[in-house]
Design a binder for this molecule. Structure first.
Ligand SMILES: Cc1ncc(COP(=O)(O)O)c(C=O)c1O
Length: 492
């Protein structure tokens, strides 16, 4: 196919050029009725192509023309059999993959540290999760990927699992051994679903990890908006082979996608694919070189550490995406949260992620050398400055985490499926008195962000005591309705 074409973007341009008199949604009618200040800021052109499915402008739910061609071009570029554009991020991708592959009660092996949208997929599909422990790195204070050995053991212990679900790469850019995982799973006749939200660029450069499509996963998702140039919320779902029922996948997508997709978003997926197919190699070479230079220079700054190739081969670290710059700041005496705040307040720099020990800066095809120089200058200055001039109170959390490491309690018994617990009648009870109750929410100390308990599991004394200690030390607990976890939502 001609990868220099962007058929869907072209279809929108053709509609504008034709000067059609619009009596259709959206109600701002190509910007005429839009709030003037907003329109002036966002520009006339984006308003002009904010249209609706109609003749000449294909329908995302039932594509027959320009969107069909755009998706076929994307499938070719990614080496998939079919590619589908998503307009609600990898969040909807996770939900769609599970709704396609699983029926209520079907077992799926999932890593305990998956993104929360995975739980949405479990609730919607009614599937039965078999949790796999990710590899935990006590030196870097983060969790990595699930290993092939873990997948093999899980299949041996649960021969009736229907699918293996893996997250690769992680938020920090660590990639799993997908080829081995796919080989093990397929040999046992299991489906492989990959959350590759953070790896939409992997297919376009040899220095990047093997992608899920290259590894032969049955379905995978990419957040095209995260590491490539599509608008926010834009993602792709790729499908390969004949293990997945295509009619079911298409029916699921029809149910999940809006009947009124934002067409500039859809067009941005089309041009993001074209950009990668045509000049991805060159753009990513420049990005990778810039990121590697940043990594080297950051590692020369006393008190900072930015992991790279040297951690390859550790448990759960098969490969690395060099474009993620995770800077461990504990050597400066800051938490990652504090470093992130300083970077923003003092240097007007915003990083992607901060956790207790790290800040993570993304280097993408949009990152300039000038931006990199400013980032490194800020880090150098932070390392030189005397910490006592800073406004932060000494953090007890750091010491707590360094002492306790990640000795998490055992995964508690599952008394109900996540879906049943989520949909059940629930009530709030004091957390300290919740022993023996079935939890209806997820409780994850962050970092590492691995749920200590998920919906449907029993609140054991061990878990309650563990979380009380974490809270006392000031660790954030993600997931509960009551942020302070004085009360917990349980099944009535
Ligand atoms: C591993 C992973 N999967 C899925 C998602 C959801 O992606 P999106 O924001 O595109 O909906 C995220 C978001 O951060 C993620 O980190």
């Amino acid at each position: 196919m001609d990868q220099t074409k962007a058929p869907y973007f072209q279809a929108l341009l053709d509609y504008v050029d034709a000067g059609v008199l619009p009596f259709h949604t959206p109600g701002h009618i190509q910007g005429v009725g839009m709030d003037p200040a907003f329109r002036e800021f966002v520009g006339d052109n984006i308003c002009a192509i904010d249209l609706t499915p109609m003749p000449g402008i294909d329908d995302l739910l039932q594509p027959t023309a320009a969107i069909k061609e755009a998706q076929e071009l994307a499938a070719e570029a990614y080496g998939a059999d079919h590619t589908f554009f998503l307009i609600n991020g990898s969040t909807s991708g996770n939900q769609c993959m599970m709704m396609t592959a699983l029926n209520p009660g079907d077992k799926i092996a999932v890593p305990r540290n998956a993104h929360k949208s995975m739980l949405g997929g479990l609730v919607m599909s009614g599937a039965h999760p078999i949790y796999m422990e990710p590899a935990v790195d006590n030196e870097l204070h983060m969790d990595h990927c699930v290993t092939p050995e873990t997948v093999e053991r899980t299949i041996a212990e649960h021969p009736d699992v229907k699918a293996i679900y893996v997250v690769s790469p992680t938020y920090y850019g660590v990639a799993a051994d997908l080829r081995s995982i796919v080989a093990i799973a397929h040999a046992a006749d299991k489906l492989v679903l990959v959350d590759e939200a953070w790896g939409p660029h992997f297919n376009f450069h040899q220095a990047l990890p093997v992608s899920a499509t290259e590894a032969g996963a049955d379905m995978c998702i990419n957040s095209t908006h995260k590491m490539l140039s599509a608008f926010s919320q834009c993602a792709m779902l790729h499908q390969i082979g004949d293990r997945v029922r295509l009619d079911r996948l298409k029916a699921v997508l029809k149910m999940f996608l809006s009947t009124s997709p934002n067409l500039p978003m859809v067009a941005s997926l089309d041009v993001a694919r074209r950009q990668m197919a045509v000049e991805g190699g060159a753009l990513l070479s420049r990005t990778i070189a810039l990121a590697e230079e940043a990594r080297r220079r950051i590692n020369e700054i006393e008190g900072l550490y930015c992991f790279g190739e040297e951690i390859q081969g550790r448990n759960g670290v098969f490969d690395l995406d060099p474009t993620k710059i995770a800077v461990t700041v504990k050597g400066l005496g800051y938490t990652g949260y504090e470093a992130s705040e300083l970077l923003r307040k003092r240097y007007n720099i915003q990083v992607e992620l901060a956790d207790l020990f790290n800040v993570v800066a993304l280097f993408t095809i949009g990152t300039t050398r000038d931006a990199m120089e400013k980032f490194i200058f800020a880090l150098e200055e932070m390392a030189r400055d005397d910490r006592k001039f800073d406004q932060f109170a000494p953090s007890g959390i750091l010491e707590h985490r360094l002492k306790t490491s990640y000795q998490m309690p055992a995964i508690p018994p599952m008394r109900m499926l996540p879906r049943d617990a989520f949909l059940a009648d629930t009530e709030f009870v004091p957390f300290g008195e919740s022993e023996g109750r079935i939890c209806a929410e997820t409780l994850s100390p962050y970092p590492p962000g691995i749920p200590v308990i998920s919906p449907g599991e029993e609140l054991t004394l061990e878990i309650i005591d563990y979380l009380k200690l974490e809270i006392k030390a000031g660790v954030r607990i993600q997931g509960p309705y009551d942020d302070e976890l004085k009360f917990v939502r349980v099944v009535k």
